[in-house]
Design a protein around this ligand. Structure first.
Ligand SMILES: *Cc1c(COP(=O)(O)O)cnc(C)c1O
Length: 462
């Protein structure tokens, strides 16, 4: 299995090479040269299996001969052993034909653990085999950072630097990043918003001297291995509701387009998905794009669902690549235009996108109303991101079962939940200790050379 860049101008890589590289050297994102498919019988055969066994069968065709079956099974087993629910990704019913996929039973209480715990195990295995070390730099709107730190803390051949927007993450998100005291963990509070963090990260990848000098690796959702890990729960949940004999639809609270793109891959692999619904908060660039065909940046307006406060949605590039019939030059041209603030998608590509995706948005008031009304209707306490999904999911309900992804535990966003429904969700016991612990972080300006110096100094002094 080979991986190619969405901008058509970078070397083809194997699975492990694409995983260790992150961003392609032409600025593009790696995607499989060909999407493997599963037959109706192979999908039917997933029914009743453990999450780990489903993960093995779904991901195996994508990894080629990078690992033996025993090695890959060991990696998957270790990745999900720390989850606090035997089903890993349980489904609960909200209403007739509307289900919630709870993706928050991992160590940091958000769905990012599914990908990050797996990536941590994959990196550890592969770096030990190659006798190499890497510097991981990640940008986060809150949940990626804590999930990455939890997955990589204490590992010998990895330093992990996390850039987060100073003052724009919740207290719990910040503490999850600043309280681990492992010497290889570095939390950097950047003066700016999430798009600034992501832009500086991309700058570092495009500075080849720095990139090669520190052996930079990326674990943001631009990393193909993360998308792949997320494909699994689309299969596990659909099969438990009767797929492939019965179709299902999914609604995905979306920011960087990683999670919903994983759903698209599941569909391409043969999972019978009727609708893939993009749900955005008031930062609705993706919803506007689906309606108008113009992808136009506006400023980010902070919301109560901060992990979706994004205007440059990195993984959308992967969807564009397919919508433009895998024409890397066309994608590179659009991304060039985006530097000026916007691009317009061709009519043909827009038709292709609309065949795969529909979209909706939730305002702040609608998000709060949904938290309140869903608790009254089903007793389920939603985090604000999941509430955006449930609001939009209801709008697209039909006779086909709708599965809405619950992307974080409500206790991760206690202020928003309390504001909406009057009671404060309790933090699970294993996380309560953290709140009193000492924080370590470094405030940094939004300036590339300074950031690079800080990173080089920190590595040198270890
Ligand atoms: C990251 C995140 C999202 C958005 O996911 P994308 O893959 O970036 O679209 C939604 N909700 C929560 C809680 C998140 O942490």
């Amino acid at each position: 299995m080979k991986y190619i860049s969405t901008r058509g101008n970078a070397p083809e890589l194997s699975f492990t090479e694409a995983m260790l590289t992150g961003l392609a050297r032409d600025g593009g994102l790696y995607v499989p040269k060909k999407i493997p498919t599963m037959t109706h019988d192979e999908i039917a055969g997933l029914a009743g299996l453990s999450y780990e066994e489903i993960a093995f069968r779904v991901m195996k065709p994508f990894i080629g001969d990078s690992f033996t079956d025993e090695e890959f099974q060991g990696i998957i087993g270790r990745a999900y052993a720390g989850f606090r629910h035997d089903a890993r990704a349980p489904l609960v019913q909200l209403a007739p034909n509307h289900y919630l996929l709870e993706l928050f039973h991992g160590p940091t209480l958000a769905f990012k653990d599914f990908a990050m715990q797996l990536i941590g195990q994959l990196f550890q295995f592969e770096l030990a085999r190659r006798k190499e070390r890497v510097t991981i730099v990640g940008a986060t709107s809150g949940d990626t950072g804590s999930a990455a730190i939890e997955a990589f803390r204490g590992l010998k051949n990895v330093d992990v630097f996390i850039l987060f927007p100073n003052g724009r993450v919740s207290d719990i998100q910040r503490k999850q990043m600043t309280t681990p005291d492992d010497a290889n963990v570095h939390a950097l509070a950047l003066e700016g918003d999430f798009d600034d963090c992501q832009a500086r990260l991309k700058d570092m990848f495009n500075d080849f001297e720095f990139r090669d000098g520190v052996k930079l690796a990326g674990v943001n959702s631009i990393n193909w291995a993360r998308v792949l890990a997320q494909v699994v729960y689309f299969f596990s949940s659909a099969v438990s509701l009767g797929a492939p004999h019965r179709k299902v639809s999914f609604t995905v609270p979306t920011g960087n387009f990683g999670d919903i793109f994983a759903g698209y891959i599941a569909k391409k692999m043969g999972l019978p998905i009727e609708k893939l619904v993009i749900a955005t908060n008031q930062n609705d660039i993706l919803h506007r794009t689906m309606q108008t065909g113009a992808y136009t940046k506006q400023g980010v307006t902070p919301s109560i669902s901060p992990s979706m406060d994004i205007q440059v949605s990195s993984n959308f590039e992967r969807a564009l690549f397919d919508a433009y019939d895998r024409d890397g030059a066309a994608v590179a041209q659009l991304m060039d235009e985006l530097k000026e603030g916007s691009f317009t998608i061709s009519q043909g590509a827009m038709e292709a996108l609309r065949e795969q995706f529909v979209s909706g948005r939730a305002t702040e008031a609608e998000t709060k109303d949904t938290i309140k009304s869903e608790f009254a209707a089903s007793g389920e306490v939603l985090c604000p991101h999941s509430a955006v999904g449930v609001k939009v999911g209801h709008e697209y309900q039909s006779e086909v079962p709708m599965i809405t992804l619950a992307t974080a535990h409500p206790a991760k966003f206690p202020d928003a939940v309390e504001m909406a429904m009057g009671t404060r969700p309790a933090l699970p016991a294993h996380m309560q200790d953290m709140m009193g612990q000492e924080e370590r972080m470094c405030k940094v300006p939004n300036q590339l050379p300074l950031l690079q110096t800080i990173i080089k100094d920190r590595i040198a002094s270890r």
